[in-house]
Design a protein around this ligand. Structure first.
Ligand code: PGA
Length: 233
């Protein structure tokens, strides 16, 4: 299983260094990917956890004040990058077009995208989930070859599940992931949205889930260890 940790906008320098020490003590054979906030990337230090970022600029190096490029991320050993998280689509007004450009730039630089897709509560309640996800996938991956898609992770994160403690039923998740798998069979599929040490016993019964994208739980290393233990059993 793949377990990607999204720290979001959390942890100062010293807190991150202590956190990194605790992460390195986790007992797991899962493929772990840590996506710290940009400012903590220089303090990442692990031989068993891979390094990811939470976003990237769609520009190369140059006169783009405040941006961080793929080339810069690569120079710090970043191997993965979350793209199109609903918090960026929402707060930063990122469009499907921006996301497609970022994916192109990541691919050119050999960084593996973790593409986030998901529907809002209203879209869920009005039966629009599949059409939203189809649009997001097509826009992001239309110019990507089959061979490259093998390196792309798609994280299905219903927006109404993120940070709310509410998750879809396994039947709902399986219905959606089956469809995503039909559209892009090359991509590995993650589930994200309030996945935690209590609901993992249920979630892990979904055969299409290849891994998880964890937000809140990424910061609680004791509970994260319980989550990882339960994944093993
Ligand atoms: P959550 O966040 O686990 O806190 O719900 C997941 C995410 O936003 O990637």
């Amino acid at each position: 299983m793949i377990v990607a940790l999204n720290n979001k906008c959390n942890l100062g320098k010293e807190e991150f260094k202590e956190y990194m020490d605790r992460l390195n003590l986790l007992d797991t054979t899962d493929e772990m990917i840590l996506c710290p906030s940009f400012i903590n990337i220089p303090y990442y230090n692990s031989s068993k956890i891979k390094l990811g970022a939470q976003n990237v600029s769609n520009t190369p190096n140059g006169a783009y004040t405040g941006e961080i490029s793929c080339e810069q991320l690569k120079s710090y050993g970043v191997e993965y990058c979350i793209i199109g998280h609903s918090e960026r689509r929402g707060y930063q007004k990122e469009t499907n077009e921006d996301i497609s450009l970022k994916i192109q730039r990541l691919i050119e630089n050999g960084i593996k995208p973790i593409l986030c897709i998901g529907e809002s509560k209203e879209e869920y309640e009005t039966g629009q989930t599949l059409s939203i996800l189809t649009t997001e996938i097509n826009a992001a991956l239309e110019n990507v070859s089959s061979d490259i898609k093998k390196d792309i992770l798609i994280a299905y994160e219903p927006i109404w599940s993120i940070g709310t403690g509410i998750i879809p039923t396994n039947e709902e998740i399986e219905r959606i992931l089956t469809e995503i798998n039909r559209m892009v069979p090359e991509c590995k599929l993650l589930y994200g949205g309030s996945a935690n040490e209590s609901n993992i016993d249920t979630l892990k019964k979904c055969p299409h889930i290849n891994g998880y994208l964890l937000g809140g739980l990424s910061l609680k290393t004791d509970k994260l260890q319980i989550f990882l233990d339960k994944l093993k059993w």
